[in-house]
Design a protein around this ligand. Structure first.
Ligand code: DX5
Ligand code: ZN
Length: 221
């Protein structure tokens, strides 16, 4: 079976002085989703984008906003990201305290709910909440920074999750985030991913290179 693969550029690697233009450029270049990495300097050692920036970017793209929250506690800020225009909201189970409640909060807000697994987080964490998920994100680097090298051992986790998702019969996207490049994308897709996050590999070379970069990630060039 050939799965459709979606590419989600992480704007962490975009030019922050002109994010609106960067969104338009990656959309024109074929991006399927816009991946927005939200970091709080506490759950992860970096500080990035808050809900007011997400709201400011919303009119600049028609693509779904795939908002990856690396913040703790996470529940108090979910309404702000819903209001800002997030379409998919992904949280980490460690951001606690009650992951099931968090996922319900996202879905009750009419948004798609995702769960993100760090390299040290076991696959089993998804089992009790599989029915509450629209997306599972496998981190193939430790969260906090773009431009890191993929931790290849995490592809076993992708394979295991692909089996669980298929066996469940549910529609759950399987996203891989961290160190995805044109050189390893085929391997990531073969492991079972159907959404590839790519920051550095999308934005390298500036706007003139985006279409080719995205096509190469998809395996088409
Ligand atoms: C890391 C973020 C990733 C990161 C990906 O914490 O979740 O989305 O920006 O960047 P690259 O593709 O450069 O590894
Ligand atoms: Zn991310």
């Amino acid at each position: 079976m050939t799965r459709a693969v979606r590419i989600a550029p992480s704007i962490l690697a975009a030019d922050f002085s002109k994010l609106g233009d960067e969104l338009k450029a990656v959309e024109a270049a074929g991006a399927d989703l816009i991946h927005i990495d939200v970091m709080d300097g506490h759950f992860v050692p970096n500080l990035t984008i808050g809900p007011s920036v997400v709201a400011a970017l919303r009119p600049h793209s028609a693509r779904p906003f795939d908002v990856h929250l690396m913040i703790a506690p996470v529940d108090p800020l979910i309404p702000a990201f819903v209001k800002a225009g997030a379409d998919i909201i992904t949280v980490h189970p460690e951001a606690g305290p009650h992951v099931h409640r968090t996922l319900q909060l996202i879905r009750q807000s009419g948004k798609k709910a995702g769960l993100s697994l760090n390299p040290g987080t076991p696959v089993d964490v998804v089992d009790p909440v599989l029915g509450d998920l629209d997306l599972i994100l496998v981190m193939t680097v430790n969260p906090g920074f773009g431009g890191q090298s993929m931790i290849a051992s995490q592809l076993d986790k992708v394979r295991a999750l692909r089996k669980r998702i298929d066996a469940s019969g549910r529609t759950i996207a399987l996203e891989v985030d961290g160190g995805v490049t044109a050189d390893n994308a085929a391997q990531v897709i073969a492991a079972g991913a159907d959404v590839l996050v790519a920051g550095t590999a999308t934005f390298a070379g500036g706007p003139g290179a985006y279409a080719r970069n995205i096509a190469r990630l998809r395996g088409g060039a």
